[in-house]
Design a protein around this ligand. Structure first.
Ligand code: UD1
Length: 417
C-alpha cells in the first residue's frame, strides 16, 4: 500500500488557486449522458474519481477527449446502459449514472455503489423516488435491473435532503414527461452547479439552492461549454493546513459565500481572515483556540466533509471542542489515528470531544476514507517528527496531487507508491 511521508513542522504558506470541485464535476459528468451533443467541461479536477467517471462514460460508448483540465464529451454514440460492477464499487457517485441512463435510454443495469467507508450510505431515497416516477426495478444478487416504460413527473418529498438523491432525481426528471417537484431538496452549491449545467443545455429547472426544486421535463438537451466551480472542501483543507502549521495563505478562485461555516469556525480559532471577490487570505494565530461546538448538517450547516479536517486542526487548539456528526453515522475513524499521534479525543456514538494538546507527534497512521485521510496528512504536517500516512488511494479520490500542492506551499511531503 502506498503512503505519504511527511516531515512535520514546516508552515503551509503562499498562494494557490483552488481547483474544480469533485462533488460538482461528478454529477455533471453523469449528466452528460443525457445530452445528445458535444459538452465541453473546463476546470476539471484531475482526481481519481474524475477518471473513473470518464472510464464509465467511455464504456457506455461516449467519446471522451481531454486536454489539460478541459474535457469534451459526446454521448451521441452511447450504446450500452450497463455499468460494470468494478466501476460502481470504486466510486459511490456512480449511482448517479442510474438516473442519467434511465433518463436517456429508459433502461439501466448497475451494481450496488461503493465509495468511502463512512457509514451505511443507503440509496433508498433515490430508489423510492424513481419508483414513483415510473421506474420498475428488480435487485438480483446485488445488481439493479431498471426500466422505465414511461417516465412521469411527480411531487416528491425527501425524508432527508440527500445530495445524491436530489441529483439523481434531477437527472431523471429532466427528460420525464411533465413537472417534477422535489420538496426538502438538498441546497448544496454542487446542486446549484448541476442545475446551472443542465439549464445551459436547455433544461427547465427552478428553485435550486432552495428546499423546493421544480423541473419541467424537456425532450432534448443541447451541447454546452461549462466551467466547473471551485472545490470548497479543497479550499477548506488548505486553509486548515495553513492554520495548523502557523502559515499564511492566499487562496485564489475561492468564494467566501459557499464556505461561511468553515470560515466562521476558523475565525473562532483565532485565525485572521480577509476576503476579496474570489480570494481568501488566512493568517494563522500563534496558538489556535477552541471552546465551542460544531454540528455537521446539510448545507448551509457545517459540512460533514470538513469535519475530519477541522477535527485535526482542533486537536492542537487550546480548549475543548464538542463535535456532533449528524450526517453520517460512522465518520470518526480518523479520530483513533489522530489519538495515535498524541491527540486527546473522546468519542461517544456521533459525538466527539476534542481536548486541545500542545503537540502532535509523527508516527505511522492509516487513512480509511478520503477526508479522514486528509485530516491525517494535516496532522502530520503540524506534528513533531516524521509521519507515514497510509491510504493514498483514498486521498487521491478527491485531492489532485496533494503531495505536490503541499510541497509547493512549503510542506515536506513525498508520496511512496
Ligand atoms: C454527497 C457528497 C459527500 C458528502 C455528502 C453530504 C458527492 C459525490 N458526495 O454524498 O462528499 O459528504 O453528500 O454532504 O457529492 N441517505 C439515506 N438514504 C439515501 C441517501 C442518503 O439514508 O437514499 C443518508 C446517508 O446515509 C447519509 C445522509 O443521508 O447519512 C447524507 O447522504 P447524502 O446527502 O445522500 O450524501 P451523498 O450524496 O452520498
Amino acid at each position: 500500500m502506498g503512503y505519504y511521508e511527511v516531515e512535520g513542522g514546516y508552515a503551509i504558506d503562499g498562494e494557490f488557486a483552488v481547483r474544480g470541485s469533485k462533488n460538482a464535476v461528478l454529477p455533471i459528468l453523469a449528466a452528460t449522458v443525457l445530452v445528445d451533443d458535444e459538452v465541453v467541461l473546463e476546470n476539471c479536477p484531475q482526481i481519481a474519481d474524475f477518471f473513473v467517471s470518464l472510464e464509465i462514460l467511455q464504456e457506455l460508448g461516449c467519446s471522451v477527449k481531454q486536454e489539460e483540465r478541459t474535457v469534451t464529451i459526446n454521448s451521441k454514440g452511447l450504446f450500452r446502459n450497463e455499468i460494470q460492477e468494478d466501476m460502481v464499487s470504486k466510486m459511490r457517485s456512480s449511482v448517479l449514472f442510474l438516473g442519467a441512463l434511465l433518463g436517456r435510454t429508459k433502461k439501466a443495469v448497475m451494481g450496488h455503489p461503493g465509495g468511502c467507508t463512512i457509514g451505511r450510505r443507503p440509496i433508498d431515497l433515490h430508489l423510492r423516488a424513481f419508483e414513483k416516477m415510473g421506474v420498475r426495478m428488480e435487485e438480483k444478487e446485488g445488481i439493479f435491473y431498471c426500466h422505465a416504460p414511461l417516465l412521469l413527473g411527480y411531487h416528491l418529498y425527501l425524508d432527508y435532503p440527500s445530495v445524491g438523491a436530489t441529483e439523481n432525481i434531477l437527472l431523471l426528471a429532466v427528460k420525464a414527461e411533465g413537472t417534477t417537484v422535489i420538496h426538502n431538496a438538498a441546497r448544496e452549491p454542487e446542486i446549484t452547479a448541476l442545475v446551472r449545467f443542465l439549464r445551459s443545455c436547455g433544461a427547465e429547472i427552478y428553485g435550486e439552492g432552495t428546499p423546493t426544486i421544480m423541473i419541467e421535463g424537456v425532450t432534448q438537451l443541447h451541447g454546452t461549454v461549462f466551467t466547473i466551480p471551485f472545490d470548497r472542501i479543497e479550499a477548506g483543507t488548505l486553509l486548515c493546513a495553513a492554520a495548523m502549521t502557523g502559515g499564511k495563505l492566499h487562496l485564489k478562485n475561492a468564494e467566501r459565500q459557499y464556505m461561511e461555516q468553515t470560515l466562521e469556525v476558523l475565525e473562532q480559532t483565532g485565525c485572521g481572515l480577509r476576503y476579496e471577490e474570489e480570494a481568501i487570505y488566512l493568517q494563522a494565530p500563534t496558538r489556535l483556540l477552541s471552546d465551542f461546538t460544531i454540528a455537521t448538517g446539510p448545507y448551509p450547516a457545517f459540512p460533514t466533509d470538513m469535519q475530519p479536517i477541522m477535527m485535526s486542526l482542533l486537536t492542537l487548539a487550546k480548549g475543548t471542542c464538542m463535535i456532533s456528526e449528524t450526517v453520517f453515522e460512522a465518520r470518526f475513524r480518523h479520530a483513533e489515528e489522530l489519538c495515535r499521534m498524541g491527540a486527546n479525543i473522546q468519542m461517544h456514538r456521533r459525538n466527539a470531544a476534542v481536548f486541545g494538546v500542545e503537540k502532535l507527534y509523527g508516527t505511522k497512521v492509516e487513512a480509511s476514507d478520503l477526508r479522514g485521510g486528509a485530516a491525517l496528512l494535516l496532522a502530520a504536517l503540524a506534528a513533531e517528527g516524521t509521519s507515514q500516512v497510509y491510504g493514498n488511494i483514498y486521498i487521491e479520490r478527491g485531492y489532485e496531487k496533494i503531495e505536490d500542492v503541499l510541497t509547493f506551499l512549503g510542506g515536506r511531503v513525498h508520496l511512496h507508491v
